[in-house]
Design a protein around this ligand. Structure first.
Ligand code: GLU
Length: 421
């Protein structure tokens, strides 16, 4: 039987859910309704349509977006996703989350996000290059190293960042490596950016386990999703001595209580993180989430843990590597059940943190060794984890609301000092 709560839960889309938490966070912090009004949607949202020549000679018209949530603190910052399910609302919600991520760590940015409705899994490299360049041309008026700085996200990678940078440099007629982050190192990328999101998640897993008195050695971990975040995270958990008992991709999941052969799975995955299609004894993604484990890391897509399955989650720690994998009602249920939930805006913010380091290195023309990047990431993540944890305890709120409170405060203050509100 479906409860009324479950029905209500499903009806909230990602943007509405984010807006609700923003409203509660600003109210808790004592800011008035005008702050909520301005922060609930991006300041700017550009929709573009552009033609791309396909390999067979035909022309397809694609739709893309770039949202700039808030630039009171500094230029906007955030990834570009290439995915068939991209919508305007999703990009707006993702840009809002970027404001919070940057705010949590005190990075000198507001949030931005972009996306193109397309399926790179069905496109050739040449088509993807033409699409990437066309997207940059379409949004070029509103982006730039001191305006809005893109980066990788779902189904975009360092090669795509390189094409985008090249296109931008041609348009602006100067070399501008800090226009975009997540680049290959040969053209100004930072050491450690490729694995930064997963490293940040791993640090949150370690810290959550420490606070719960759980030893990571031998702990059972399920990772849903095997893309950039999920696959490197499985590797780091395996290296830390945890038992990775479950993993999944878009097509199915693998679970074994004794642990999975992580190195073998990593070697077998394709560039989109697909690996389960090589195995016959798979279960579904939904089934995977409910399998026995100590730590669950949703690293795939939105709305995976809902009011329908939150009661059946067996993990005592949930760390969100994906953006928006847990609905608000599910957050309430998990928190009430005593599960320690580390929210996306904190857990997956290692990516944007090292993007910031990349931008700083580009601006100063001085590059740091990998150990320095790793150490700076570690201290940033751990001190922010502590801030959010303390905020939750002091105000008696869940970790998600606490993260929004920490993340929103600086933007609200910046808008006030600028005289906007
Ligand atoms: N796309 C990543 C995110 O959602 C990284 C953004 C960035 O590096 O700017 O946080």
């Amino acid at each position: 039987m479906t409860s009324l709560t479950a029905v209500r839960d499903r009806e909230l889309n990602v943007l509405e859910s984010a807006q609700r938490v923003v409203e509660s966070a600003l109210r808790q912090l004592g800011y008035g309704p005008e702050y909520v009004e301005l922060l609930k949607e991006p300041l700017r949202m550009l929709t573009v349509r552009f033609p791309v020549r396909m390999d067979d000679g035909s022309v397809r018209v694609f739709t893309g977006y770039r949202a700039q949530h808030n630039d009171a603190v500094g230029p906007t910052k955030g990834g570009v996703r290439f995915h068939p399910d991209v919508t305007a609302e999703e990009i707006q919600a993702l840009s809002l989350w970027m404001t919070i991520k940057c705010g949590i760590h005190g990075l000198p940015y507001g949030g931005g996000k972009g996306g193109v409705v397309c399926d790179p899994r069905t496109m050739s490299a040449a088509e993807l290059e033409r699409l990437s360049r066309a997207y940059v041309r379409a949004i070029s008026q509103i982006v730039g190293p001191t305006k809005d700085v893109p980066a990788p996200d779902v189904f975009t990678n360092a090669q795509i960042m390189a094409w985008m940078l090249d296109e931008y440099s041609h348009l602006r007629e100067f070399d501008s490596p800090s226009f975009i982050t997540g680049k290959p190192r040969a053209i100004g990328g930072s050491a450690g950016r490729e694995t930064a999101t997963a490293r940040g998640v791993a640090l949150c897993v370690e810290e959550a386990a420490r606070r719960r008195g759980l030893s990571l050695a031998g702990a059972r971990v399920i990772v849903q999703g095997f893309g950039n975040a999920g696959s490197y995270l499985a590797q780091f958990m395996h290296e830390a001595g945890a038992r990775v008992v479950g993993i999944s991709d878009a097509y199915g999941a693998l679970y074994h209580p004794d642990g999975l052969p992580v190195p073998e799975l990593l070697a077998a995955r394709d560039s989109f993180g697909t690996v389960t299609t090589r195995y016959s004894n798979t279960i579904t993604n939904a089934e995977l989430l409910e399998q026995p484990c100590d730590i669950l890391v949703p690293a795939a897509i939105e709305n995976q843990i809902t009011a329908d399955n939150a009661h059946r989650i067996q993990a005592s720690i949930v760390v969100e590597a994906a953006n928006g994998p847990t609905t608000l009602e599910a957050t309430r249920i998990l928190t009430q059940r005593g599960v320690l939930l580390v929210p996306d805006v904190l857990a997956n913010s290692g990516g944007v943190t090292v993007s910031y380091f990349e931008w700083v290195q580009n601006n100063q023309g001085l590059y740091w060794p990998e150990e320095e990047v790793a150490e700076k990431l570690r201290s940033t993540m751990l001190s922010s984890f502590d801030k959010v944890y303390r905020m939750a305890e002091e105000h008696g709120v869940d970790m998600r609301l606490a993260a929004y409170m920490v993340g929103m405060e600086r933007t609200a203050e910046a808008m006030h000092y600028r005289g906007w509100l």
